[in-house]
Design a protein around this ligand. Structure first.
Ligand code: GDP
Length: 424
Protein backbone atom coordinates (compact mmCIF):
# COMPACT_ATOMS: atom_id res chain seq x y z
CA UNK A 1 0.00 0.00 0.00
CA UNK A 2 1.25 3.47 -0.86
CA UNK A 3 0.12 6.37 1.32
CA UNK A 4 0.82 10.02 0.66
CA UNK A 5 1.21 12.55 3.47
CA UNK A 6 0.59 16.03 2.10
CA UNK A 7 -0.43 19.49 3.31
CA UNK A 8 -3.84 21.17 2.92
CA UNK A 9 -2.67 24.70 3.55
CA UNK A 10 0.44 26.86 3.10
CA UNK A 11 2.89 24.35 4.56
CA UNK A 12 4.08 23.85 8.17
CA UNK A 13 0.93 21.87 8.95
CA UNK A 14 2.92 19.25 10.86
CA UNK A 15 3.48 16.76 8.02
CA UNK A 16 6.88 15.84 9.45
CA UNK A 17 5.34 14.71 12.70
CA UNK A 18 2.60 12.70 10.96
CA UNK A 19 5.12 11.06 8.60
CA UNK A 20 7.49 10.28 11.45
CA UNK A 21 4.56 8.69 13.30
CA UNK A 22 3.32 6.67 10.31
CA UNK A 23 6.87 5.66 9.42
CA UNK A 24 6.78 3.24 12.31
CA UNK A 25 4.60 0.95 10.19
CA UNK A 26 6.32 1.78 6.89
CA UNK A 27 9.13 0.12 4.95
CA UNK A 28 10.01 2.97 2.62
CA UNK A 29 9.61 6.75 2.84
CA UNK A 30 9.93 8.80 -0.32
CA UNK A 31 10.45 12.52 -0.86
CA UNK A 32 8.93 13.30 -4.26
CA UNK A 33 9.17 17.08 -4.78
CA UNK A 34 10.71 20.28 -3.47
CA UNK A 35 14.14 20.74 -2.03
CA UNK A 36 15.89 22.17 0.96
CA UNK A 37 13.63 25.23 0.93
CA UNK A 38 11.19 24.02 3.57
CA UNK A 39 11.75 22.17 6.77
CA UNK A 40 10.09 19.49 8.81
CA UNK A 41 10.44 19.67 12.54
CA UNK A 42 10.43 16.32 14.26
CA UNK A 43 10.49 15.60 17.96
CA UNK A 44 11.30 12.03 18.99
CA UNK A 45 13.39 9.96 21.39
CA UNK A 46 16.62 11.26 19.85
CA UNK A 47 15.66 14.92 20.33
CA UNK A 48 14.37 17.70 18.12
CA UNK A 49 15.43 17.84 14.47
CA UNK A 50 14.84 20.21 11.58
CA UNK A 51 15.16 18.26 8.33
CA UNK A 52 15.12 19.87 4.91
CA UNK A 53 16.02 17.10 2.51
CA UNK A 54 16.04 13.80 4.38
CA UNK A 55 12.64 12.10 4.55
CA UNK A 56 11.08 12.15 8.00
CA UNK A 57 11.42 8.37 8.35
CA UNK A 58 15.18 8.38 8.87
CA UNK A 59 14.87 7.86 12.60
CA UNK A 60 13.73 4.26 12.33
CA UNK A 61 16.29 1.53 11.71
CA UNK A 62 13.89 -0.53 9.59
CA UNK A 63 13.04 2.04 6.91
CA UNK A 64 14.62 2.93 3.59
CA UNK A 65 14.56 6.63 2.68
CA UNK A 66 14.31 7.58 -0.95
CA UNK A 67 15.08 10.89 -2.64
CA UNK A 68 12.81 10.63 -5.66
CA UNK A 69 13.36 11.97 -9.17
CA UNK A 70 11.01 14.92 -8.51
CA UNK A 71 13.20 16.38 -5.77
CA UNK A 72 15.56 19.34 -6.13
CA UNK A 73 18.59 17.54 -4.75
CA UNK A 74 21.07 19.66 -2.85
CA UNK A 75 23.91 17.22 -2.24
CA UNK A 76 25.88 19.22 0.38
CA UNK A 77 22.68 19.79 2.38
CA UNK A 78 21.78 16.09 2.16
CA UNK A 79 25.24 15.12 3.41
CA UNK A 80 25.16 17.67 6.19
CA UNK A 81 21.82 16.27 7.36
CA UNK A 82 22.97 12.65 7.28
CA UNK A 83 25.99 13.68 9.35
CA UNK A 84 23.94 15.71 11.82
CA UNK A 85 21.50 12.89 12.59
CA UNK A 86 24.27 10.30 12.90
CA UNK A 87 26.22 12.61 15.24
CA UNK A 88 23.23 12.69 17.56
CA UNK A 89 23.04 8.92 17.90
CA UNK A 90 20.56 7.99 15.16
CA UNK A 91 21.65 4.77 13.36
CA UNK A 92 23.02 5.57 9.87
CA UNK A 93 19.91 5.76 7.69
CA UNK A 94 19.55 3.65 4.55
CA UNK A 95 19.23 6.17 1.73
CA UNK A 96 18.67 5.73 -2.00
CA UNK A 97 18.85 8.60 -4.46
CA UNK A 98 17.13 8.48 -7.83
CA UNK A 99 19.45 8.44 -10.83
CA UNK A 100 16.87 10.72 -12.47
CA UNK A 101 16.87 13.36 -9.73
CA UNK A 102 18.41 16.65 -10.74
CA UNK A 103 20.85 18.63 -8.67
CA UNK A 104 20.69 22.09 -7.21
CA UNK A 105 23.95 23.71 -8.27
CA UNK A 106 25.66 26.51 -6.39
CA UNK A 107 24.80 28.89 -9.23
CA UNK A 108 21.08 28.16 -8.70
CA UNK A 109 21.41 29.44 -5.16
CA UNK A 110 23.31 32.51 -6.33
CA UNK A 111 20.76 33.25 -9.06
CA UNK A 112 18.01 32.99 -6.44
CA UNK A 113 19.79 35.58 -4.29
CA UNK A 114 20.57 37.86 -7.24
CA UNK A 115 16.96 37.78 -8.43
CA UNK A 116 15.58 38.61 -4.98
CA UNK A 117 18.08 41.47 -4.81
CA UNK A 118 17.07 42.69 -8.29
CA UNK A 119 13.35 42.57 -7.43
CA UNK A 120 14.01 44.27 -4.10
CA UNK A 121 10.65 45.24 -2.54
CA UNK A 122 8.75 43.21 -5.14
CA UNK A 123 10.48 39.92 -4.33
CA UNK A 124 8.64 36.63 -3.76
CA UNK A 125 10.14 36.12 -0.33
CA UNK A 126 12.24 33.20 -1.59
CA UNK A 127 14.16 31.13 0.94
CA UNK A 128 17.10 31.54 -1.47
CA UNK A 129 17.70 27.81 -1.67
CA UNK A 130 17.88 27.94 -5.47
CA UNK A 131 14.56 26.19 -5.98
CA UNK A 132 12.99 28.46 -8.61
CA UNK A 133 16.17 28.68 -10.75
CA UNK A 134 16.57 24.91 -10.35
CA UNK A 135 13.10 24.00 -11.60
CA UNK A 136 13.29 26.66 -14.32
CA UNK A 137 16.43 24.96 -15.62
CA UNK A 138 14.90 21.49 -15.29
CA UNK A 139 11.98 22.45 -17.52
CA UNK A 140 14.21 24.47 -19.84
CA UNK A 141 16.13 21.19 -20.21
CA UNK A 142 19.44 22.60 -19.02
CA UNK A 143 19.56 20.96 -15.58
CA UNK A 144 22.07 18.37 -14.39
CA UNK A 145 20.62 14.92 -13.76
CA UNK A 146 22.40 12.63 -11.28
CA UNK A 147 22.94 9.98 -13.98
CA UNK A 148 24.95 12.50 -16.01
CA UNK A 149 27.60 12.72 -13.28
CA UNK A 150 28.91 9.37 -14.46
CA UNK A 151 29.54 10.42 -18.07
CA UNK A 152 32.67 12.58 -18.07
CA UNK A 153 32.52 13.49 -21.74
CA UNK A 154 28.97 14.74 -21.38
CA UNK A 155 29.87 16.74 -18.26
CA UNK A 156 32.79 18.49 -19.96
CA UNK A 157 30.70 19.53 -22.92
CA UNK A 158 27.72 20.57 -20.84
CA UNK A 159 29.76 22.59 -18.33
CA UNK A 160 31.00 24.82 -21.17
CA UNK A 161 27.51 25.17 -22.64
CA UNK A 162 25.85 26.02 -19.31
CA UNK A 163 28.52 28.55 -18.35
CA UNK A 164 28.11 30.36 -21.67
CA UNK A 165 24.38 30.65 -21.09
CA UNK A 166 24.52 31.60 -17.41
CA UNK A 167 27.26 34.14 -17.96
CA UNK A 168 25.05 36.22 -20.25
CA UNK A 169 22.67 36.82 -17.35
CA UNK A 170 25.43 37.20 -14.79
CA UNK A 171 27.16 39.84 -16.87
CA UNK A 172 24.25 41.81 -18.31
CA UNK A 173 21.32 41.37 -15.95
CA UNK A 174 22.91 40.91 -12.54
CA UNK A 175 26.40 42.43 -12.99
CA UNK A 176 27.95 39.67 -10.89
CA UNK A 177 31.08 37.49 -11.18
CA UNK A 178 30.97 34.97 -14.04
CA UNK A 179 31.30 31.19 -13.70
CA UNK A 180 34.08 29.17 -15.30
CA UNK A 181 33.63 25.65 -16.73
CA UNK A 182 36.54 24.30 -14.59
CA UNK A 183 34.90 25.56 -11.42
CA UNK A 184 31.58 24.01 -12.44
CA UNK A 185 33.24 20.69 -13.31
CA UNK A 186 34.99 20.60 -9.95
CA UNK A 187 31.63 21.08 -8.23
CA UNK A 188 30.08 18.29 -10.31
CA UNK A 189 32.98 15.91 -9.59
CA UNK A 190 32.60 16.61 -5.88
CA UNK A 191 28.90 15.76 -6.08
CA UNK A 192 29.63 12.59 -8.07
CA UNK A 193 32.00 11.29 -5.41
CA UNK A 194 29.60 12.07 -2.59
CA UNK A 195 26.46 10.64 -4.13
CA UNK A 196 27.79 7.58 -6.02
CA UNK A 197 27.14 4.99 -3.27
CA UNK A 198 23.48 5.99 -2.98
CA UNK A 199 22.40 6.22 -6.61
CA UNK A 200 20.00 3.72 -8.16
CA UNK A 201 16.87 3.38 -10.27
CA UNK A 202 14.49 4.17 -7.41
CA UNK A 203 11.41 3.85 -9.62
CA UNK A 204 12.30 0.21 -10.40
CA UNK A 205 13.09 -0.35 -6.71
CA UNK A 206 9.67 1.02 -5.71
CA UNK A 207 7.92 -1.04 -8.37
CA UNK A 208 9.43 -4.23 -6.89
CA UNK A 209 8.59 -3.07 -3.37
CA UNK A 210 4.95 -2.49 -4.34
CA UNK A 211 4.81 -6.01 -5.85
CA UNK A 212 6.25 -7.40 -2.63
CA UNK A 213 3.49 -5.68 -0.62
CA UNK A 214 5.74 -3.20 1.17
CA UNK A 215 4.31 -0.20 3.02
CA UNK A 216 5.39 3.00 1.30
CA UNK A 217 4.93 6.61 2.39
CA UNK A 218 5.20 9.54 0.02
CA UNK A 219 6.14 12.66 1.94
CA UNK A 220 5.03 15.99 0.50
CA UNK A 221 6.54 19.36 1.20
CA UNK A 222 4.58 22.61 1.70
CA UNK A 223 0.83 22.43 0.98
CA UNK A 224 -1.95 22.68 -1.62
CA UNK A 225 -1.98 26.46 -1.65
CA UNK A 226 1.69 26.57 -2.69
CA UNK A 227 1.11 24.35 -5.73
CA UNK A 228 2.14 26.14 -8.95
CA UNK A 229 -1.07 25.10 -10.76
CA UNK A 230 -3.69 25.04 -8.03
CA UNK A 231 -2.24 27.39 -5.42
CA UNK A 232 -1.97 31.14 -4.96
CA UNK A 233 0.12 31.74 -8.10
CA UNK A 234 2.58 33.45 -8.30
CA UNK A 235 3.19 33.22 -4.55
CA UNK A 236 3.72 29.50 -4.86
CA UNK A 237 6.64 27.10 -4.89
CA UNK A 238 8.18 25.75 -8.09
CA UNK A 239 7.17 22.08 -7.88
CA UNK A 240 3.78 20.47 -7.40
CA UNK A 241 2.86 19.92 -3.78
CA UNK A 242 -0.03 17.59 -4.60
CA UNK A 243 -0.36 13.88 -3.90
CA UNK A 244 -0.99 13.28 -7.61
CA UNK A 245 2.54 14.49 -8.28
CA UNK A 246 3.74 11.85 -5.83
CA UNK A 247 3.29 9.30 -8.60
CA UNK A 248 5.50 11.30 -10.96
CA UNK A 249 8.08 12.47 -8.45
CA UNK A 250 8.54 8.93 -7.10
CA UNK A 251 8.08 7.11 -10.42
CA UNK A 252 5.15 4.87 -9.51
CA UNK A 253 1.71 4.22 -10.99
CA UNK A 254 -0.90 6.79 -9.87
CA UNK A 255 -3.44 4.08 -8.97
CA UNK A 256 -1.04 2.63 -6.40
CA UNK A 257 -1.61 5.60 -4.07
CA UNK A 258 -4.34 4.12 -1.89
CA UNK A 259 -4.51 6.65 0.91
CA UNK A 260 -4.03 10.40 0.82
CA UNK A 261 -3.55 11.74 4.31
CA UNK A 262 -3.91 15.48 4.17
CA UNK A 263 -2.47 17.34 7.11
CA UNK A 264 -4.53 20.34 8.09
CA UNK A 265 -3.60 22.66 10.93
CA UNK A 266 -6.18 23.83 13.50
CA UNK A 267 -5.35 27.48 12.73
CA UNK A 268 -3.60 29.11 9.78
CA UNK A 269 0.04 30.01 9.30
CA UNK A 270 2.08 31.01 6.29
CA UNK A 271 5.56 32.21 5.47
CA UNK A 272 6.35 34.60 2.67
CA UNK A 273 4.13 37.01 0.83
CA UNK A 274 0.70 36.44 -0.74
CA UNK A 275 -2.99 36.79 0.03
CA UNK A 276 -3.91 35.41 3.45
CA UNK A 277 -7.59 36.05 4.07
CA UNK A 278 -7.94 35.05 7.72
CA UNK A 279 -4.65 36.67 8.79
CA UNK A 280 -4.43 38.19 12.24
CA UNK A 281 -2.46 41.25 13.22
CA UNK A 282 -1.43 43.03 16.40
CA UNK A 283 -1.45 41.44 19.85
CA UNK A 284 -3.78 38.58 18.91
CA UNK A 285 -1.34 37.54 16.16
CA UNK A 286 1.65 37.92 18.43
CA UNK A 287 0.08 35.69 21.07
CA UNK A 288 -0.91 32.93 18.60
CA UNK A 289 2.55 33.11 17.00
CA UNK A 290 4.28 32.80 20.36
CA UNK A 291 2.11 29.89 21.52
CA UNK A 292 1.94 28.20 18.11
CA UNK A 293 3.60 25.02 16.82
CA UNK A 294 6.21 23.72 19.18
CA UNK A 295 8.06 26.76 20.50
CA UNK A 296 6.41 29.39 18.32
CA UNK A 297 5.61 29.92 14.65
CA UNK A 298 9.01 30.66 13.16
CA UNK A 299 10.19 29.12 9.87
CA UNK A 300 12.24 25.90 10.19
CA UNK A 301 14.55 26.99 7.35
CA UNK A 302 14.82 30.73 7.77
CA UNK A 303 13.68 31.46 11.34
CA UNK A 304 11.33 34.06 9.87
CA UNK A 305 8.21 34.76 11.97
CA UNK A 306 5.25 33.04 10.28
CA UNK A 307 2.08 34.96 9.54
CA UNK A 308 -0.79 33.50 11.55
CA UNK A 309 -4.57 33.58 11.39
CA UNK A 310 -7.78 31.77 12.22
CA UNK A 311 -8.71 28.46 10.63
CA UNK A 312 -9.82 29.01 7.05
CA UNK A 313 -12.56 26.56 6.02
CA UNK A 314 -12.66 27.89 2.44
CA UNK A 315 -8.94 27.41 1.81
CA UNK A 316 -8.82 24.11 3.72
CA UNK A 317 -11.83 22.57 1.99
CA UNK A 318 -10.25 23.44 -1.36
CA UNK A 319 -6.82 22.33 -0.15
CA UNK A 320 -8.22 18.93 0.87
CA UNK A 321 -10.22 18.51 -2.34
CA UNK A 322 -7.32 19.27 -4.65
CA UNK A 323 -5.18 16.72 -2.82
CA UNK A 324 -7.81 13.98 -3.25
CA UNK A 325 -7.97 13.50 0.50
CA UNK A 326 -9.05 10.19 2.01
CA UNK A 327 -8.11 11.14 5.59
CA UNK A 328 -7.51 14.44 7.33
CA UNK A 329 -4.93 14.66 10.11
CA UNK A 330 -5.95 17.73 12.13
CA UNK A 331 -2.89 19.09 13.91
CA UNK A 332 -1.67 21.53 16.55
CA UNK A 333 -5.09 21.66 18.16
CA UNK A 334 -3.57 21.87 21.66
CA UNK A 335 -2.28 25.38 20.89
CA UNK A 336 -5.82 26.83 20.83
CA UNK A 337 -6.53 25.89 24.46
CA UNK A 338 -5.85 29.45 25.71
CA UNK A 339 -8.72 31.10 23.82
CA UNK A 340 -12.13 31.99 25.30
CA UNK A 341 -13.62 32.06 21.85
CA UNK A 342 -12.22 30.81 18.57
CA UNK A 343 -13.17 32.61 15.37
CA UNK A 344 -13.27 30.45 12.22
CA UNK A 345 -13.34 31.77 8.65
CA UNK A 346 -16.34 30.05 7.05
CA UNK A 347 -16.71 32.04 3.82
CA UNK A 348 -15.16 34.86 1.81
CA UNK A 349 -16.76 38.17 1.01
CA UNK A 350 -15.51 39.24 -2.41
CA UNK A 351 -16.91 42.63 -3.42
CA UNK A 352 -20.07 41.91 -1.46
CA UNK A 353 -20.52 38.40 -2.81
CA UNK A 354 -20.33 35.60 -0.23
CA UNK A 355 -18.63 32.42 -1.38
CA UNK A 356 -17.23 29.20 0.04
CA UNK A 357 -15.34 28.41 -3.16
CA UNK A 358 -11.64 29.21 -3.14
CA UNK A 359 -11.01 31.74 -5.93
CA UNK A 360 -8.06 32.49 -8.19
CA UNK A 361 -5.44 34.85 -6.83
CA UNK A 362 -6.75 38.05 -8.42
CA UNK A 363 -10.07 37.61 -6.60
CA UNK A 364 -8.44 36.20 -3.49
CA UNK A 365 -6.61 39.49 -3.01
CA UNK A 366 -9.99 41.18 -2.54
CA UNK A 367 -11.52 38.56 -0.22
CA UNK A 368 -12.50 39.46 3.33
CA UNK A 369 -13.14 36.74 5.90
CA UNK A 370 -16.66 35.89 7.08
CA UNK A 371 -16.10 34.69 10.63
CA UNK A 372 -18.14 32.47 12.93
CA UNK A 373 -17.12 32.10 16.54
CA UNK A 374 -16.85 28.84 18.43
CA UNK A 375 -16.56 28.60 22.21
CA UNK A 376 -13.07 27.70 23.45
CA UNK A 377 -12.28 24.80 25.82
CA UNK A 378 -9.84 26.69 28.02
CA UNK A 379 -7.62 23.83 29.07
CA UNK A 380 -4.56 21.86 28.07
CA UNK A 381 -5.52 18.85 25.95
CA UNK A 382 -2.00 17.44 25.61
CA UNK A 383 -1.73 13.92 26.94
CA UNK A 384 -5.32 12.98 26.09
CA UNK A 385 -5.36 9.76 24.06
CA UNK A 386 -9.02 9.12 23.28
CA UNK A 387 -11.51 11.24 21.40
CA UNK A 388 -14.19 10.85 24.05
CA UNK A 389 -11.94 12.40 26.68
CA UNK A 390 -11.49 15.64 24.77
CA UNK A 391 -13.48 18.55 26.23
CA UNK A 392 -16.89 18.90 24.62
CA UNK A 393 -16.11 22.31 23.07
CA UNK A 394 -12.94 20.89 21.59
CA UNK A 395 -14.91 18.06 19.94
CA UNK A 396 -17.42 20.64 18.71
CA UNK A 397 -14.61 22.61 17.09
CA UNK A 398 -13.28 19.48 15.34
CA UNK A 399 -16.73 18.41 14.16
CA UNK A 400 -17.58 21.92 12.97
CA UNK A 401 -14.39 22.06 10.89
CA UNK A 402 -14.97 18.54 9.58
CA UNK A 403 -18.42 19.45 8.35
CA UNK A 404 -17.19 22.64 6.70
CA UNK A 405 -14.26 21.03 4.89
CA UNK A 406 -16.22 17.92 3.92
CA UNK A 407 -13.50 15.32 4.54
CA UNK A 408 -13.18 12.95 7.49
CA UNK A 409 -10.81 13.96 10.27
CA UNK A 410 -9.49 10.55 11.29
CA UNK A 411 -6.50 11.74 13.33
CA UNK A 412 -6.20 14.61 15.78
CA UNK A 413 -2.72 15.70 16.84
CA UNK A 414 -2.50 17.29 20.28
CA UNK A 415 1.24 17.75 20.72
CA UNK A 416 4.50 17.61 18.76
CA UNK A 417 5.56 14.10 19.87
CA UNK A 418 4.94 10.79 18.08
CA UNK A 419 2.54 9.62 20.76
CA UNK A 420 0.47 12.84 20.79
CA UNK A 421 -2.22 11.50 18.50
CA UNK A 422 -5.88 10.61 18.81
CA UNK A 423 -7.37 8.20 16.25
CA UNK A 424 -11.08 8.49 15.65
P1 GDP B 1 5.73 20.46 8.26
O1 GDP B 1 6.62 21.24 7.34
O2 GDP B 1 4.34 20.32 7.74
O3 GDP B 1 6.33 19.17 8.68
O4 GDP B 1 5.55 21.33 9.58
P2 GDP B 1 6.69 21.99 10.51
O5 GDP B 1 7.53 20.95 11.07
O6 GDP B 1 7.34 23.13 9.84
O7 GDP B 1 5.76 22.70 11.60
C1 GDP B 1 5.04 22.05 12.47
C2 GDP B 1 5.48 22.46 13.87
O8 GDP B 1 4.46 22.11 14.73
C3 GDP B 1 6.71 21.72 14.36
O9 GDP B 1 7.40 22.54 15.26
C4 GDP B 1 6.13 20.51 15.07
O10 GDP B 1 6.96 19.98 16.08
C5 GDP B 1 4.89 21.10 15.65
N1 GDP B 1 3.75 20.21 15.78
C6 GDP B 1 3.29 19.24 14.95
N2 GDP B 1 2.15 18.72 15.41
C7 GDP B 1 1.86 19.40 16.55
C8 GDP B 1 0.78 19.37 17.48
O11 GDP B 1 -0.18 18.62 17.34
N3 GDP B 1 0.86 20.24 18.53
C9 GDP B 1 1.88 21.11 18.72
N4 GDP B 1 1.86 21.92 19.77
N5 GDP B 1 2.89 21.19 17.85
C10 GDP B 1 2.88 20.34 16.80
Amino acid sequence: MVKAVVGANWGDEGKGKITDMLAKEADIIVRFQGGANAGHTIVNDYGKFALHTLPSGVFYGHTTSIIGNGVALNIPVLFGEIQSVVERGVPKPKILVSDRAQMVMSYHIRFDEYEEERLAGKSFGSTKSGIAPFYSDKYAKIGFQVSELFDEELLQEKAVRICAQKNVLLEHLYHKPLIEPEELLAELHGYRDMIAPYVCDTSAYLCEAIKAGKQILLEGQLGSLKDPDHGIYPMVTSSSTLAAYGAIGAGIAPYEIGKIITVCKAYSSAVGAGAFVSELSGDAAEELRRRGGDGGEYGATTGRPRRVGWFDCVASRYGCRIQGTTDVAFTVLDVLGYLDEIPVCVAYDIDGEITTDFPTTVKLEKAKPVLETMPGWKCDIRGIRSYRELPENCRRYIEFVEEKIGFPITMVSNGPGREDIIYR
